[in-house]
Ligand binder design. Sequence first.
Ligand SMILES: C[S@@+](CC[C@H](N)C(=O)[O-])C[C@H]1O[C@@H](n2cnc3c(N)ncnc32)[C@H](O)[C@@H]1O
Length: 233
Amino acid sequence: MSNLAPGKSVDGSPRGIERYYRLHARIYDATRWSFLFGRRNLSACIAANRQPRRILEVGCGTGTNLRALCRHFPDAEIIGVDLSADMLGVARKNLQHMTRPPKLVQRAYNESLQDNDPFDLVVFSYALSMFNPGWEHAIEIARHDLAANGIIAVVDFHHSRFPWFRNWMGVNHVRMDAHLLPLLEQHFTAEQCQVNAAYGGLWHWFRFIGTPRQDPRKNLATNSPYGETVPQP
Ligand SMILES: C[S@@+](CC[C@H](N)C(=O)[O-])C[C@H]1O[C@@H](n2cnc3c(N)ncnc32)[C@H](O)[C@@H]1O
């Protein structure tokens, strides 16, 4: 486990995250492409099998995925939620030329966003690893917000075997303890689950695409049933 769990050593509250992105929103798009792997073809991968009608991206940030979602699903109703006004400000600019720009909502994802009209697709891209505390609750809300035949698509940091790197990511509000995949697998049946190495194994990131389980499972084995072993801390 990480020596430095965000929430204890850095301010992981919504106010702490907002303060962090007040500065980082300005440099986010220029810097993050070099390490937020797996985002580029996420929408295309979903579009190969599905045509969701209502889409939610949680922690949409500057709108990189929202743009791709708009391109692949031009007829869908698309909503992005994020607690950072600064990140949403950049997103608004990035999306202003879209024919049908997504709706942007500023708030923490700590309660349901669907009002009797569930989403067909919920996307988390490098968001859940920053929900410290709150990642378990966010996964449960997403399950509630999804239609029974909907899909969740998550791309995020998984783990690093280097404590100094986990600590550094903790300073940046990111928890990298291989903690997300087991809970995702409890709540969702995976259609795709891949763990990939970045920069020669400095860290691993994952992509998980799944459908809601009717009966969430408890105490799953730590090996992915999709032929790829999930590296343990
Ligand atoms: C690393 S950025 C990812 C942005 C975007 N999804 C991407 O892939 O580029 C994480 C985003 O999650 C947002 N965030 C963090 N905690 C949140 C919460 N509890 N509710 C909603 N958004 C949150 C942050 O403000 C930030 O914009």
